[in-house]
Unconditional design. Structure first.
Length: 130
């Protein structure tokens, strides 16, 4: 996490900002409320994130033409210009993470992580035990 933070700071971003930008690049303009749901956060946290990216010039907000009460968030040209650099950052982070780990060990690690993700996903859908 520290390495990701360090690499992102070089782009003027905070951890998680790149994920929001990547989402906007892939899906186009999104309602801010939908982004909060997508990123499993509250509306106040999403508002702070969007405001921070807006101040940096990477996103813009505008009223939704279909529902004036809603706000659409979209990447700006400056935000879109970060795409290649963010993709390079993720490649660098992957290289830093696995280092000289042999490919068979990488595959085994990935299988283990996928298994953990499956377990956690299943646990979130079960009702809490009391």
């Amino acid at each position: 996490m520290m390495r990701a933070r360090q690499l992102l700071q070089g782009l003027g971003l905070h951890t998680g900002h790149e994920l929001l930008l990547m989402h906007l690049w892939d899906r186009g303009p999104q309602r801010q409320a939908d982004l909060a749901v997508e990123f499993d956060t509250d509306s106040a946290s999403m508002t702070r994130t969007v405001q921070r990216l807006e101040r940096a010039g990477f996103v813009r907000r505008r009223p939704d033409p279909h529902d004036r009460r809603a706000t659409l968030v979209d990447s700006t040209p400056a935000g879109t210009a970060l795409r290649d650099r963010i993709e390079q950052l993720w490649t660098q982070l992957e290289a830093d993470t696995v280092g000289e780990m042999p490919e068979p060990q990488r595959r085994e690690l990935l299988r283990g992580l996928e298994h953990l993700e499956t377990n956690l996903s299943a646990a979130t859908t079960r009702s809490p035990e009391r």
